[in-house]
Design a protein around this ligand. Structure first.
Ligand code: TYD
Ligand code: MG
Length: 455
């Protein structure tokens, strides 16, 4: 009789399980992501099992109490908004991001803010107590009530949590944690999955809010937190250029709020600080009178944000002109270049064109189209755009300028920051009242931009 196999192959990206090695994962279509790992025999750890509620009684919809969940503010309006209004009791939140982006710093600062009123336990498997203390000293004053623990064994952590019953627990990071009943190394898919299951049982069973830190590596050396995304309530990604000071916190999944919201932070000498007016921040250092630089307004969730779009169009020395885009979709950029070529008659086929969204933001909103077109036009004609002009609108293939949502909110943001002219889709004009604070220019087609730029 064939011996029962006690290993299986798992996809590093999505956790797909297979009895044999596969070149391409059927789950996520990634190549060369399968690794061999021992099979977990006991899928729910014994301790966790005991707290699962056994009283399964179906309820009627009308009987369900829809009182607001109890939420605790994190002390940061930016983070609260991304979480959907604060920390929900009994929720499991994954904070993902590249190593060194500031996840530990952010969570340590949250601990500082809430440990006066809440019982907080910060568990680190990455840094020693001394290292955490040094970091805390950089950040500033910490209340004495905050408890720290350096531990990677989840069975021990489970005991500590049950004994001390904290309100909020931070696990930094999930890739360093291990359960004794899983044979594979910490950071492997089975360990990460089992550890998260255990933490989920703790969060739900004891009504504790748990934050899990998860590293993302491009090479997928450690199990990417992708497989955790299904298991947790909320997934936040902390992103940004490590070399730039600002960081963006984005909700990718949220069972307790919208996923459109972002929070903006800045990394300073003394830790992370909130950026409550990102528009001002993003426009800082904008060149005056430089052709190819325009300001566009986009929406991040319910919040308007102004960004600078830069385009550089120059004569190409090769047969194949170069087109690159940093921050916006390159295909969209190519499409808009084609619209300019066909509808306005610019001879772009012999030109290299570079597009850049200043500040390193990545944007996919179509409302940016008009800004991109205007920036290319300005650079091509070498005419600077008026410093106090802002624009937004979607552009179609026929060169028509189409409506976008939240036009009034966008215009208000422009007024707030002192812009005096706003170019927008004509159809958006009817709902906007400005009291003459800003000149509104409604346009129907991209050709009308030519009159504005004066070329
Ligand atoms: P960290 O929170 O350790 O990142 P992660 O947990 O995501 O791996 O952040 C580390 C970086 O932040 C490190 O490069 C140093 C920088 N930093 C500051 O610039 N100022 C500070 O006050 C602190 C605490 C960190
Ligand atoms: Mg860290």
């Amino acid at each position: 009789m064939a011996k029962a196999k006690n290993t299986a192959f798992f996809c590093k990206e999505c956790g797909f399980e297979s009895s044999k090695w596969l070149g391409q994962c059927p789950g996520c279509r990634q190549w060369n992501t399968f690794v061999e790992e021992p099979i977990v025999k006991q899928s729910i750890s014994g301790t966790a099992k005991s707290i699962i509620h056994r009283d399964a009684i179906p309820s009627r919809l009308s009987e369900i109490d829809i009182e607001e969940e109890e939420r605790t503010t994190t002390g940061y309006a930016e983070l609260d908004r991304v979480l959907g209004g604060g920390i929900v009791k009994g929720s499991l939140v994954l904070v993902g991001g590249d190593p060194g982006i500031g996840k530990s710093t952010l969570l340590l600062q949250v601990c500082r803010n809430i440990s006066d009123t809440k019982n907080v336990l910060y568990i680190s498997g990455e840094e020693s107590l001394r290292q955490i203390k040094l970091r805390a000293d950089r950040i500033g004053h910490f209340p004495d009530k905050l408890k720290l623990l350096c531990e990677t064994n989840l069975d021990v952590i489970d005991d500590v949590i049950r004994k001390s019953m904290p309100d909020v627990v931070i696990i930094d990071s999930i890739q360093t944690m291990f359960c004794e009943n899983v044979a594979s190394a910490p950071g492997s898919i089975s360990q990460v999955r089992e550890s998260t299951t255990m933490l989920m049982q703790l969060a739900k069973g004891l009504d504790i809010s748990i934050f899990i830190v998860g590293h993302v590596t491009k090479e997928g050396v450690v199990a990417g937190p992708r497989i955790l995304e299904h298991m947790v309530d909320t997934v936040l990604y902390f992103e940004g250029d490590k070399n730039a000071a600002y960081r963006i916190l984005r909700a990718v999944k949220n069972r307790f709020g919208s996923t459109n919201e972002i929070g903006v932070f800045e990394m300073t000498e003394g830790g992370l600080s909130e950026v409550s007016n990102p528009s001002e921040y993003m426009l800082d250092g904008r060149p005056d009178g430089a052709p190819g630089s325009v300001v566009a307004c986009l929406m991040e969730g319910t919040r308007p944000m102004l960004v600078e779009i830069q385009a550089l169009v120059c004569q190409s020395n090769f047969g194949m002109p170069r087109r690159t885009s940093a921050g916006a979709d390159i295909n969209r950029f190519n499409l808009l270049m084609a619209v300019l070529e066909k509808r306005i008659g610019l001879r772009l086929s012999g030109c290299d064109a570079y597009l850049n969204i200043a500040g390193g933001l990545r944007i996919s909103e179509p409302a940016l189209d008009l800004g991109i077109i205007y920036a290319v036009l300005s650079s091509y004609k070498n005419i600077p755009v008026d410093h106090n002009t802002i624009l937004f609108g979607e552009v179609g293939l026929a060169g028509e300028v189409r409506a976008v949502s939240h036009a009034a909110v966008r215009v208000n943001e422009a007024v707030k920051l002192g812009f005096t002219t706003c170019i927008l889709p004509e159809v958006c004009l009817k709902n906007i009242k400005t009291d003459g604070k800003i000149r509104l220019v409604g346009i129907k087609t991209v050709n009308q931009l030519m009159d504005e730029i004066g070329g």
